[in-house]
Ligand binder design. Structure first.
Ligand code: GAP
Length: 509
């Protein structure tokens, strides 16, 4: 399914047509890389938040949640390193006037070369059949070796250039690799410049530099600066975590992939505070726990993979991404980072306040180390939509688009449908709806044929359709139709709540 742009376009238009995601300010021609969630989108988004919050905060007795402000003291961003180093290297094409991230241009070159290697391997595997040894082929085939050498050299030069802030060499690298602008096709590039991704604004009525504040580019710092408050008021003992869900803002240079990369987005982050020296064990354990969370939604394991970072940020001693197989390829969905004592240490230094934990077992105080799990809410939304979107040809020759969303996340859990809009069936259906709607988000629909109504519910991923027919009036039973199999069974109306509740429980892994 990798690089399926056609599929990606279909998902984007389906998301709009069925009230999941709209372009922000659409009647004014939109605002680039900013999106609004519609009536079904907000339900899906809230369900993802709830599923994450329960897994992190409710199921862990040693993790608590907070909700910190978006505006924070500007020195926080100095301490965290964002003012000086939250930059992307950008380059413009002089002919198309389009702006690109210089590192992304090189990474795309690397990805294309990796694809070429994969094709060589695929061809050879077909040629040699069972006897094919991929490791040996990679180590000996001259063409594969040549491609691999190109990849290694491009990556090395890029990392070195960025690390040493040698932006002239990053530009030279782009020229040497003969990378062209995908719009103009030309190699007429500007110099590479650093571009800070934080949005800033002024607080108060006087506009001068001292009043500049930033819209937070991550929610994590709101957790670090509340570490002491939560530790003391919650009587927390290490190891413990603080979680939060909230908006973050980044003035992204490359923002052309729908809700994958937005300028205003939401993060679900958890900072886990541990004893120094134990952080790498916790890092491994959180990697596995977060992977299990994803799998518990019932999406096959092959959709996910870890990508361990080769190049670590200056404050990290281990980092790994959980990548998802989006239609645009495997891309980062969540980051798990061992951030050492960098953040708490920096806030201690800049604020002048002691930020330590007294460990009663060791009888000493220390600045705790931190393992962070940070997942994009909008990216999780996109992952779910990408996995769920399914076009099916049915036995009777007709077609349907069905969103096979994990039932626990589906915007509408049950649709209540009177077979016909007469004979007392609507009244009966309304009674059922009134019982179910307290616990589940339900939809009542009596318009059009039952087949059309099923299709409408399939298109938004409703896992259960409850049909009220004439038999319901006689014996109090209804049919319940399962979205994916389209199988219907007759059940007693009184059992509906329990049936839906049981079936919505996530898969245990
Ligand atoms: N506190 C750590 C942190 O912010 P990050 O890797 O920059 O780390 C974490 O971001 C997650 O936030 C990413 O894995 C991604 O899911 C999401 N994210 C980051 N930038 C985003 C953007 N511009 N649009 C949507 N989601 C984004």
């Amino acid at each position: 399914m990798a690089n399926n742009e056609e599929l990606f376009k279909k998902i984007i238009s389906h998301a709009k047509e069925y009230g999941f995601v709209f372009q922000s300010s659409e009647i004014y021609d939109g605002l680039s890389a900013v999106y609004d969630y519609g009536q079904n989108g907000v339900e899906l988004k809230n369900n993802i938040k709830d599923y994450w919050w329960k897994a992190m905060v409710r199921y862990h007795e040693n993790i608590v949640g907070i909700d910190s402000a978006i505006f924070m003291h500007p020195t926080i961003w100095k301490a965290s390193g964002h003012v000086d180093a939250f930059n992307d290297p950008m380059i413009d094409n002089k002919d198309s006037k389009k702006r690109y991230r210089a590192d992304v241009l090189v990474e795309e070159f690397v990805a294309k070369t990796e694809d070429k290697i994969a094709k060589e391997i695929e061809k050879a595997a077909k040629r040699f059949g069972e006897a094919f040894d991929e490791t040996q082929y990679r180590a000996t085939n001259p063409r594969v070796l040549e491609y691999q050498a190109k990849i290694d050299s491009a990556k090395n030069r890029l990392y070195k250039g960025l690390e040493n802030n040698d932006l002239a060499d990053v530009k030279k690298l782009i020229e040497d690799l003969e990378i062209v602008c995908p719009i103009s096709g030309s190699r007429n590039w500007t110099e590479v410049r650093q571009f800070n991704l934080m949005f800033s604004t002024q607080m108060g009525s006087v506009s001068d530099d001292s009043n500049t504040i930033y819209l937070r580019p991550e929610t994590a710092q709101g957790i670090f600066v509340n570490f002491l408050n939560v530790m003391k008021t919650g009587r927390m003992k290490i190891p413990f975590g603080i979680a939060q869900i909230g908006k973050a803002f980044r003035n992204e240079i490359v923002a052309r992939q729908f809700i994958f990369r937005m300028r205003e987005f939401e993060q679900m982050e958890m900072q886990f505070f541990v004893k120094p020296g134990t952080e790498l064990d916790w890092f491994e354990s959180w990697k596995q726990e977060r992977r299990n969370w994803h799998l518990s939604l019932g999406i096959p394991a092959e959709y996910y993979r870890f990508h361990d970072h080769e190049k670590l940020a200056h404050y990290a001693n281990a980092a790994s991404d959980i990548e998802f197989n989006f239609p645009i390829g495997f891309k980062e969905l969540e980051g798990i980072h061992s951030r050492t004592d960098f953040d708490l240490g920096a806030h201690q230094k800049y604020s002048g306040k002691k930020i330590t934990y007294f460990d009663p077992e060791l009888n000493e105080s220390y600045v705790p180390y931190v393992v962070e799990t940070s997942i994009g809410l909008d990216r999780t939304f996109l992952a779910m939509m990408s996995y769920a979107y399914t076009e099916e040809k049915l036995d009777d020759g007709s077609e349907r688009v069905v969103m096979k969303l994990p039932p626990v996340l589906a915007p509408v859990k049950a649709a209540v449908l009177p077979l016909v809009a007469k004979d007392g069936l609507p009244e009966k259906a309304r009674q059922i709806m009134d019982v179910l709607k307290f616990e589940f988000n339900c939809q009542y629909d009596e318009k059009d044929s039952i087949g059309k109504r099923y299709r409408r519910q399939d298109a938004i991923g409703t896992p259960y359709c409850i049909t009220v027919d004439h038999q319901t009036l006689d014996d109090g039973t209804v049919t319940i139709r399962e979205r994916d199999t389209m199988q219907q069974e007759r059940v007693d109306t009184g059992r509906l709540e329990e049936i839906i509740r049981t079936r919505l429980k996530p898969v245990n892994v």
